[in-house]
Design a protein around this ligand. Structure first.
Ligand code: SF4
Length: 377
């Protein structure tokens, strides 16, 4: 059966989603995080430029925006609080942040006042010597969130997310048990993948979109080897020692164990949220993982509302209509001025695969079926 349209079920107000990689700078250097997403030294975008981007989006959409903020590490931007406060003034639909949780709990909590969702990613290459401190931090933030939710109408969400690190599964299980005991409402696990090759090999066909000199970037295997040999810099080389010489990130035993966690330790209810329209008039609601797994994510030639209902700001500050980078950059936050304009019309997809979760949520329809989405675009 041929699919002819799709949309994200939690966007009835035609809100725009903004996937904003606020800075490339990060205080961590996880071996499984690609080089084009983080470094130690990139400058943070100036606050005034960040405000210009917010203004341009609010001029057109006002509060009807789903902000998704990440990095690098967004919370180490010295004016992060100022920018979330600035965004928060319009009372947008949603402001979500993904953080490595490295700043003190009281600072995270202060930011949380303006945020709806925080995802606290637990990165084992950097917290191995601070396990108890990390758990205490998560518990303190969750406690604050519950108290907030008891007294406010608009509820906040907090997710503790384990980046499932090979060799650390016993520790993860112990931490998970403690967090469950402490009544942490949402705990997630996220697979990580080793990065084979250097940056330009990681994004085939998109080399021209990577800025800067990436010739010095190294693969996960090389990073792990280098880090295992050193004992300074705030990370624990023993974490890396366990991975040396592995051909794949997870052993079969680990793979089976992680799969059983996914079955028993996570919310069993599937979070299906992509409504798909079929040629025979039927409608299904599916999970994006199922779609990408089955390679049901090719929309070449379809009308796509990326740019109108979605924007991506990459770690180098370039603004695109989506993570697919269709049409190239439409602006750059470092050069932004009042003349910056947002797209007003949908585009025609010219990509083979639409792989990013937020891109997949953008409404899209095969030629001749756009009317199916008339209430949502
Ligand atoms: S790849 Fe880009 S243009 Fe194509 S459907 Fe996805 S978001 Fe739209």
């Amino acid at each position: 059966m041929k699919q002819v349209a799709q949309r994200y079920i939690h966007n009835r107000t035609k809100a725009i989603s903004v996937d904003w990689y606020m800075t490339k700078r990060c205080n961590y250097d996880c071996s499984y995080c690609v080089d084009y997403l983080h470094d130690f030294h990139s400058p943070n975008p100036p606050l005034e430029k960040m405000k210009l981007l917010v203004d341009a989006i609010e001029d057109k959409y006002w509060y009807n925006v789903q902000w998704s903020l990440c990095g690098g590490e967004p919370m180490i931007i010295p004016w992060f609080y100022d920018i979330v406060e600035y965004i928060g003034r319009s009372m947008p639909d949603e402001i979500s942040v993904v953080t490595n949780g490295s700043i003190p709990a009281d600072k995270i909590i202060k930011n949380f006042e303006f945020l709806d969702n925080i995802v606290f990613s637990i990165h084992f290459e950097y917290i191995h010597n601070k396990i108890e401190e990390t758990l205490e931090k998560i518990i303190a933030i969750e406690k604050w969130r519950r108290e907030w939710n008891d007294t406010h109408d608009k509820k906040k969400t907090f997710i503790a997310r384990f980046m499932v690190y090979p060799g650390q599964l016993d520790l993860i299980e112990k931490m998970w048990e403690r967090l469950v005991e402490e009544d942490i409402e949402k705990i997630e696990f996220r697979n990580i993948r080793p990065q084979h090759g250097v940056t330009n090999e990681l994004r085939p066909g998109q080399n021209e979109l990577i800025l800067g000199d990436n010739t010095g970037s190294v693969s996960t295997a090389d990073k792990i080897k280098k880090k295992a040999e050193r004992r300074s810099k705030g990370y624990d080389s023993e974490v890396f020692q366990q991975l040396i010489g592995r051909n794949s990130f997870y052993t079969q035993e680990e793979f089976d164990r992680i799969n059983s966690w996914y079955k028993h330790k996570t919310d069993a209810k599937k979070r299906n949220n992509i409504e798909r329209y079929w040629e025979d008039g039927s409608v299904t609601v599916d999970h994006y993982n199922t779609m990408t797994l089955n390679k049901d994510n090719n929309y070449k030639g379809w009308t796509c509302w990326a740019g109108v209902q979605h924007l991506k700001v990459d770690p180098d500050g370039r603004v695109f209509i989506g993570s697919c980078h269709r049409g190239g950059p439409i602006g750059n936050i470092y050069e932004l001025d009042e003349g910056f304009e947002l797209p007003t019309k949908p585009t025609v997809c010219d990509r083979t695969w639409c792989g990013d979760y937020l891109d997949l949520r953008v409404p899209k329809a095969a030629p001749g079926y756009e009317h199916l989405l008339k209430d949502y675009v």
